[in-house]
Design a binder for this molecule. Structure first.
Ligand code: ATP
Length: 235
């Protein structure tokens, strides 16, 4: 497996948010992490990108121990998180936001190639390249957040609720683009409240409940599972 999380625990102060979870992602997969508010989905991603520290367990990526690295070194390994709430730079232009995403790279020709690919994936960003991030619509900001992540040339992209607050048509468009990105060779981990849409996209899924993995299966099997349907897919 490309990403192997074993017995991972994370604490916020005295409160443990992850109680020893196991989760793995194969190269080329799209894996969904589902669960209610507060289940620990964001914490799992933040532990992988080392934004939060783990208190026990291991996280290996391509055989490298991420749990021993600093966040910027995790980025150098090709592990890129697109955070919830987008966190783009409102006072920088689209183009400047993209350039910041490439901060670990030095090859100008390759960076320009990636930017061109991104503008093909998200033509609206090309149109808006000189506009300030803060003036974009919610959907465009989400596209920019994903695009900025791609500028780092990720091997694996960790997406935290990319559908949050977006109209259904826009969610469809963004999820379609995620498939294109995946086919271009980027492995994807997708944290979502929108379980149905996520499972339609994913190969496999994990269900978290209060800091534990309670179920893992193929996306197909999860979509057909009566318990999952009742709890997460609206019956
Ligand atoms: P959501 O969809 O609401 O983001 P989630 O599944 O991503 O939910 P987490 O955000 O990972 O869940 O939260 C897991 C648990 O850790 C929750 O009980 C939450 O209250 C707690 N928690 C998260 N961040 C912090 C923090 N910075 N300080 C203290 N507790 C936190």
């Amino acid at each position: 497996m490309l990403l192997e999380i074993r017995d991972l625990r994370v604490k916020y102060g005295n409160v443990e948010a992850l109680h020893g979870i196991n989760l793995s992602v194969g190269e080329g997969e799209i894996v969904a992490i589902l669960g209610a508010n507060g289940a620990g989905k964001s914490t799992t991603l933040m532990a992988v990108s080392r934004i939060v520290k783990s208190s026990a367990g291991s996280i290996e990526f391509g055989g490298r121990a991420l749990h021993r690295l600093k966040p910027h070194d995790v980025v150098r390994e090709g592990v890129i998180q697109v955070p919830e709430g987008r966190r783009i730079f409102n006072t920088l232009t689209v183009e400047e936001n993209l350039s910041l995403g490439a901060f670990v790279r030095t090859d100008a020709t390759r960076i320009a190639k990636t930017r061109e690919w991104i503008y093909e994936l998200f033509p609206i960003l090309r149109e808006r390249r000189d506009q300030l991030g803060g003036t974009l619509s919610g959907g465009e900001q989400q596209m920019l957040a994903i695009a900025r992540g791609l500028m780092a040339e990720p091997k694996i992209l960790l997406l935290d609720e990319p559908s949050l607050g977006l109209a259904p048509l826009l969610v469809k468009a963004i999820f379609r683009t995620l498939v294109t990105i995946n086919r271009a060779g980027v492995t994807i981990v997708l944290v979502e409240q929108n379980a149905k849409a996520a499972l339609k996209l994913a190969n496999r899924g994990y269900i978290l409940e209060v800091g534990n993995v309670v179920l893992e299966d193929s996306a197909e099997a999860l979509l057909a599972n009566p318990e999952v349907r009742k709890a997460y897919l609206g019956g």
